[in-house]
Design a protein around this ligand. Sequence first.
Ligand SMILES: *Cc1c(COP(=O)(O)O)cnc(C)c1O
Length: 387
Amino acid sequence: MFVEIQRAVHRGESKMTEKFKDPLFVTKAVLPEFDNYVEKIKPIWENNWLTNNGPIHDRLELRLKQYLKAENLTLFTNGHLALDSAVKALNLSGEVITTPFTFVSTAHAVRMNNLQPVFCDIKLSDYTIDEDKIEQLITEKTSAIIPVHVYGHPCNVEKIQQIADRYGLKVIYDAAHAFGVEYDQKPISRFGDISMFSFHATKVFNTIEGGALTFRNAEYKHKLDLLKNFGIEGPESVSMVALNAKMNEFQAAMGLANLEHIEQNFANRKCVYNTYKTRLSNVPGLKFPDISGNVLYNYSYVPILVDERLFGKTRDGLFDRLGDYNIFPRKYFYPLITHIQAYSDCVSRLDNAEYVSERILCLPIYADMEVWVAQKVCEIIIEIYNS
Ligand SMILES: *Cc1c(COP(=O)(O)O)cnc(C)c1O
């Protein structure tokens, strides 16, 4: 591989690989067969039941509970409101330790509940929260840890649980990226007090917009169901101030239809991911995250770390050049949350997170992506390296 690249350098590579005719984005939403979706929503025209725990909603809730092998599960209209409801359900107070290397939703769910986010640095191996740096951030005010299984890589769930138990903290996992992931043959939905999954159009499994919480304690179910429906207990009783965050029947039908081809989607994603990894991991300065042998991964993202000293170009340089070929990867997660105005008061030492955020690039991957597309992206990246 390396030899090949060297040879290309010596040949003085003049011919440029043709750019993609259509723009290639970081992802493409999965859609079921049109007729299948229509079949799924047909009953809505017969029973006139559009939302509020309809029969399609209940079927999806059951199916997902089985699929994610969760003890308990409740659906939401999106992942963010699910996370927000999880924070509310656990009555958190004071400070919450979380990661700055995530989508803003995670931090917003903390701040919007009047809690203080305390950002902990990440590991360079897989970009999840550094469990060895959590303890030093715990104060009397700490009530919870909200780690993120970023890109679907499981956090060190055992160590995090030990810390939580020692200090009496709650753990909510942002598992937005981790649909279908297993760790040590255990489903990822079973760790911590609550886990949040996102079913947004851009995620590996979608309900257009949508989300779910999974949790060990069955007693949370009642409270979470109130939290997503205005706190309405019965026709004449409202027991708390709460949100509207219910999943409707059209979303649930999309979920049922998309669940039918989820295994093929994972298999194809794996193929595409491995194509990238085989072709690019020997390019000097490009690094793939470590995925440990005891993880059943979902291949939701293809994050590569660009070391400018070895690659010869910065991440931003590579990003710009890919644009010339009609390839539009994403700098997930840049800027780092602590670099966003609203969180600029949250100062901590985040050396690894800063380093990774400046260098990470997520390459295109989606459920029905053909392998030749990934191969071509690789050739183009090697061409850019050689130029
Ligand atoms: C997508 C995402 C969310 C929010 O989920 P929505 O369904 O879009 O509301 C939260 N956290 C992370 C890490 C995400 O990627």
